[in-house]
Design a protein around this ligand. Structure first.
Ligand code: P6P
Length: 351
C-alpha cells in the first residue's frame, strides 16, 4: 500500500461531487453523511451482537408479518434519528413501519428529499453471523417545499431515484451508493471512523458464472423459471459455464456479490406468492437503480423494475438482477415472444 495514499472519505467524495454540480445545494451530500452516521452506529451494534443482549426477537411482528428482531428496531431508530434531525429529509418510509413518517417541522418541510429504506435486511440471519445490510433509496419530493410531505412523494417509480445505496455489514462494512454519475463503494476504516473510497466507479461485469436463487422453491416456480435454472445447471465451458450456485438468503450480501463479481440473482414469484417476497420500494428499486447504473439489468420478468409505477408502500415484486447478458438470457425464457420494445415499456435500457 502506498504510504500516505490520499484516500477520500465519503464526506470528501460527496462534497467533491457537489462542487462539480452547478446550483447544487449540498443537501444530497448532507443526506448521505447522515445515512453514513446511522450505518456506523448500526455497524457497532452488529459487530458486538453476540456480546450484548441484542440477539433474538422483540416478540413483535411487523407489517410484513415477520418477527421483529431487536436489531431491526435499533437500526430503524438509528435511520429515523439521523434523517429526522438532519437538514435534508422531509420524511421516510421504512420496511419496519406500516405507513410513512412525515417529519413535518419547519426545517424538514423545507427539505427537498424523502428516503425509503429497509433498516436491516436479512435480519433473520443475525443469530448465525451471516452478512446483513441496510438498503435505501432517495427521491426528490413532488409536493411543494415548505409543506409537509405525503404519500405521493414516496410512490414514485424507481427511475425517479436521485440516489440509491446499501450498507453491507460483513467481513468489512461497506457503503455503496449510486447516482446517475456512477456507483462507488466505501469501506469503513475503523481506525478513523470514516467510510473511505475503496471501490471507485463500480461496474457489473456483463457476464458471470454464479446464479443465485433459492432452490428450495424450485417446484413452486413457473416452468420458464425452472427451465432457466436447469439451463444454468447444464452450462459447460462451451457456453460460458460451468456455473456455480451461491445463495446466502441475505439480499444485500447476494446482490453485492452479483454486482462485484457478475452473475444473476433471482427471487421469482411462486405458486403461493406470485408477486414474490422482496419489496419493490426499499429493496428492489434501490438495487435495480444501482445495477443499471453499473451496466447491469433489473427486471420483474416482464419489465424494468425501475419502470414499475408503485401503488402501495409495501408492495412486492418478482426480482431478477445482475449481469446484462445473464439477465437477457433469463428473460429470453420468461418473455418467449419477442415484442417490439414499445409494447414492453422502454425495454431494458439503463437509467
Ligand atoms: P428466502 C431476508 O429475509 C430476505 O428478505 C432477503 O434478504 C433475502 O434475499 C430473502 O429474504 C431470502 O428469502 O425465502 O429465500 O429465505
Amino acid at each position: 500500500m502506498a504510504v500516505n495514499r490520499r484516500v477520500l472519505t465519503l464526506d470528501e467524495f460527496t462534497i467533491q461531487a457537489f462542487r462539480k454540480i452547478p446550483n447544487a445545494t449540498g443537501e444530497l451530500s448532507a443526506l448521505l453523511r447522515d445515512i453514513g452516521l446511522a450505518a456506523k452506529r448500526i455497524h457497532v451494534e452488529v459487530n458486538k451482537i453476540g456480546l450484548v443482549d441484542m440477539l433474538g426477537d422483540t416478540g413483535d411482528v411487523n407489517v410484513q408479518g415477520e418477527e421483529v428482531k431487536k436489531m431491526d428496531v435499533f437500526a430503524n431508530n438509528q435511520m429515523i434519528g439521523v434523517l429526522k434531525h438532519g437538514v435534508s429529509c422531509a420524511g421516510i418510509g421504512s420496511e419496519e413501519l406500516d405507513d410513512i413518517v412525515v417529519f413535518d417541522d419547519e426545517m424538514s418541510n423545507q427539505s427537498k428529499y424523502v428516503v425509503l429504506f429497509d433498516p436491516l435486511d436479512g435480519s433473520a440471519n443475525i443469530d448465525t453471523n451471516v452478512s446483513i445490510g441496510t438498503i435505501f433509496g432517495i427521491y426528490k419530493r413532488k409536493t411543494e417545499k415548505g409543506t409537509a410531505c405525503n404519500k405521493q412523494d414516496f410512490l414514485q417509480p424507481g427511475l425517479a431515484q436521485v440516489a440509491a445505496g446499501y450498507v453491507v455489514y460483513g467481513s468489512s462494512t461497506m457503503l455503496v451508493y449510486a447516482t446517475r454519475r456512477g456507483v462507488n463503494g466505501f469501506t469503513l476504516d475503523q481506525s478513523i471512523g470514516e467510510f473511505c473510497l475503496s471501490h471507485p466507479d463500480i461496474k457489473c461485469p456483463p457476464d458471470g458464472k454464479i446464479y443465485s436463487v433459492n432452490h428450495g422453491n424450485f417446484f413452486k416456480y413457473e416452468k420458464p423459471v425452472q427451465d432457466y435454472i436447469t439451463c444454468c445447471q447444464k452450462k459447460t465451458e462451451k457456453d460460458g459455464g460451468p456455473y456455480t450456485n451461491r445463495y446466502i438468503g441475505s439480499m444485500v450480501a447476494d446482490v453485492h456479490r452479483t454486482l462485484i463479481k457478475g452473475g444473476i440473482f433471482m427471487y421469482p414469484g411462486t405458486t403461493g406468492r406470485p408477486e414474490g417476497k422482496l419489496r419493490l420500494m426499499y429493496e428492489c428499486n434501490p438495487f435495480a437503480f444501482i445495477l443499471e447504473v453499473a451496466g447491469g439489468k433489473a427486471s420483474n420478468g416482464m419489465q424494468r423494475v425501475v419502470d414499475i409505477q408503485p401503488t402501495q408502500l409495501h408492495q412486492r415484486t418478482p426480482f431478477i438482477t445482475g449481469s446484462k447478458n445473464m439477465v437477457d438470457e433469463c428473460l429470453s425464457y420468461l418473455i418467449p415472444s419477442p415484442q417490439p420494445l414499445s409494447t414492453r415499456g422502454e425495454g431494458h435500457s439503463s437509467v
